[in-house]
Design a protein around this ligand. Structure first.
Ligand code: FES
Ligand code: FES
Length: 170
């Protein structure tokens, strides 16, 4: 491509926090850039931009992924959830309560990612496997509290959700 040529553009449509959206993007963009630039999503902060720090984790469908390493075209046809949408759900309240009960007090920079990781694990089942729990411990890199608190939070959130769903069936 010569220097004066515009980069190719792709049209993507997806659901962002429950709202259908559609826009044209350059294929070299990431989902993080897309959410920051076009939608000004407040929780989408720029951290390492290399998929390491975990600060930009979002849900794509039900899977927790660092938005900074996901190409924007992969949003096409998907359901994308950030903490701004997730915080209006009962599932959020389960996890919020679990964090409170086991004493996870993450800062506003880390908490969205930590909560979305727990949600991703619980959406796959309410008896998390030890490697999934370890994922919740490791995914956000900060030393503010020890791994056991995050592991405990996953189990606690699973228990809270289990009891809530069970109570509803009675
Ligand atoms: S900014 Fe995405 S993982 Fe660090
Ligand atoms: S809880 Fe955010 S930097 Fe540790």
């Amino acid at each position: 491509m010569s220097g004066s040529e515009s980069p190719p553009i792709s049209r993507v449509s997806f659901t962002l926090n429950g709202e259908p959206v559609e826009l044209d993007i350059e294929p070299t963009r990431t989902v993080l850039e897309l959410l920051r630039t076009h939608f000004e999503v407040p929780s989408m902060r720029r951290g390492c931009c290399a998929g390491v720090c975990g600060a930009c984790i979002i849900l794509i469908e039900d899977r927790a992924l660092p938005a900074c390493i996901v190409p924007a075209y992969r949003a096409n046809g998907r359901r994308i959830t950030t903490i701004e949408g997730f915080r209006h759900t009962r599932e959020y309240r389960d996890i919020r309560r679990a964090f409170h009960e086991v004493g996870v007090q993450a800062c506003s920079y880390c908490e969205p990612a930590r909560m979305l990781i727990v949600q991703s694990i619980l959406s796959a089942g309410l008896t998390p496997r030890s490697e999934e729990v370890q994922q919740a411990v490791d995914a956000v890199k900060c030393a503010c509290f020890a791994g056991p608190a995050m592991a405990e939070a996953v189990w606690e959130a699973a228990g809270i959700r289990n009891r809530r769903l069970h109570a509803r069936k009675r």
